[in-house]
Design a protein around this ligand. Structure first.
Ligand code: AMP
Length: 405
């Protein structure tokens, strides 16, 4: 890697400001429902502690929209981290200001301090330099290990690097870049991308750039209906998108873009596989009436909510033949038992294949975890949006901002 790495830093006695991704899912009683993200940061935190650094951890949690809100407090993460790492973790209920400075001053070498949610201040998401400067004043060196937010130019990711000389990647960030980088640079072929989920807006641009790299794209989930509609196949009341806005507010005509993707794919001989049969429901609910329909498409008054057996077989065969597979997004409304079969079948096919398999995005990762087959996946990415942008070939601001070697 061309960027400075944690092992390049001198840590003994240093205040080491570490951006982690502790954006952990919580239930309504603020119990942690999945601590994968905390576990993923352990190698970096342990390394700092073992090398005599003072580990000052900062993260966001949820979307408190720039205001303090106890519902999004990171206080719950401190005891869990302490249990996982077997060491005391001090929590301070702010992320800048005198109270935080005092807490840092009291630290001994090898201590761990966790700061309160960065997004309690609007300056974090705005990438505000004054806020970043306050954060940066807490550390002598900086480590970024929050791959999940590396695609955002936030104060704790980019701003702080303007004030600290030595800014390095942590173990998780490096691992993500290595796996994803290898997949796009030198994939074992055939290279297959599986895209699903609801929001075409997030993924259509990824599909557009991926068709230059992959041999086949399998499209499921609600996204498939936007594609099928453009091809003239009836989609009934399925979720489709016509006009979307990109991050800069530019309007994108989706059917036009889909058409150009289909044309480009056929010219370059990239297979775009769409569902050939569907489980349709008469409403978006657990107690919907359901039917299986084939190539004729979705009937009026019904909506496509999962892929059916023919598509599962088609997709599974492609996955079996693949050398590399990247997967992002469920094949149906997998949160409802009735419409979970397609997603679980793809998870199983992927786990059973010999391909280099990379899974990103909360829902696909949850499906893999639920299937109990996570151990059979080459790399489960901690970043949904970030992994897509990386695969798209975009530069991630959180990585670019780190010091060059
Ligand atoms: P995304 O955030 O774009 O990855 O979308 C994930 C969501 O897509 C999940 O909550 C699924 O329930 C939803 N989804 C998948 N397939 C469909 C479908 N056919 N119709 C409506 N929603 C869907």
């Amino acid at each position: 890697m061309a960027k400075l790495f944690i092992e390049d830093l001198e840590l003994k006695g240093k205040r080491v400001l570490i951006r982690v991704d502790f954006n952990i899912p919580l239930d309504e009683n603020q119990n942690i429902t999945d601590d994968t993200r905390i576990k993923s940061a352990l190698p970096t935190i342990k390394y700092v502690v073992e090398h005599g650094g003072k580990a000052i951890l900062m993260s966001h949690l949820g979307r408190p929209k720039g205001q303090a809100n106890s519902k999004y407090s990171l206080a719950v993460a401190a005891p869990r981290l302490s249990k996982l790492i077997g060491k005391k973790v001090v929590f301070v209920d702010d992320c800048i200001g005198q109270k935080v400075k005092n807490a840092v001053t009291r630290m001994n070498d090898g201590d761990i301090l966790l700061l309160e949610n960065l997004r309690f201040y609007p300056g974090e998401e705005k990438g505000d330099d004054a806020f970043a400067g306050e954060l940066a004043s807490l550390g002598d060196v900086y480590i970024d290990d929050a791959f999940g937010t590396a695609h955002r130019a936030h104060a704790s990711m980019v701003g702080v690097t303007k004030f600290i000389d030595r800014c390095a990647a942590g173990y998780l960030l490096k691992k993500e870049i290595e796996y994803l980088g290898r997949a796009v640079r030198d994939p074992k072929r055939p290279f297959v991308a599986i895209m699903g989920g609801a929001k075409v807006s997030d993924k259509i641009k990824v599909i557009e750039s991926l068709i230059e790299k992959v041999d086949a794209v399998l499209i499921g989930g609600a996204m498939a209906y936007t594609f099928l509609k453009v091809k003239g196949i009836p989609v009934g009341s399925s979720r489709v998108e016509e006009i979307i806005e990109d991050k800069k507010g530019n309007k994108i005509n989706v059917p036009e873009l889909v058409n150009s993707i289909l044309k480009k794919a056929s010219l370059t001989k990239v297979d775009i596989l769409l569902p050939i049969d569907h489980i349709e429901g008469d409403k978006f609910a657990e107690d919907a009436n359901v039917k299986v329909v084939g190539q004729s498409g979705i009937e009026n008054g019904w909506m496509g909510l999962d892929i059916a057996d023919g598509t599962i077989k088609l997709f599974s065969e492609k996955i079996k033949e693949a050398g590399t597979v990247v997967w992002n997004g469920p094949m149906g409304v997998f949160e409802m038992e009735l419409f979970a079969k397609g997603t679980m079948a793809v998870a199983k096919a992927l786990a059973e294949s010999d391909a280099v398999s990379i899974v990103g995005g909360g829902d696909s990762v949850a499906a893999i975890n639920k299937s109990g087959l996570a151990g059979k996946i080459t790399h489960i990415s901690t970043g949904g949006g970030a992994s897509l942008e990386y695969l798209e070939g975009k530069e991630l601001p959180g990585i670019s901002a780190l010091s060059d070697k």
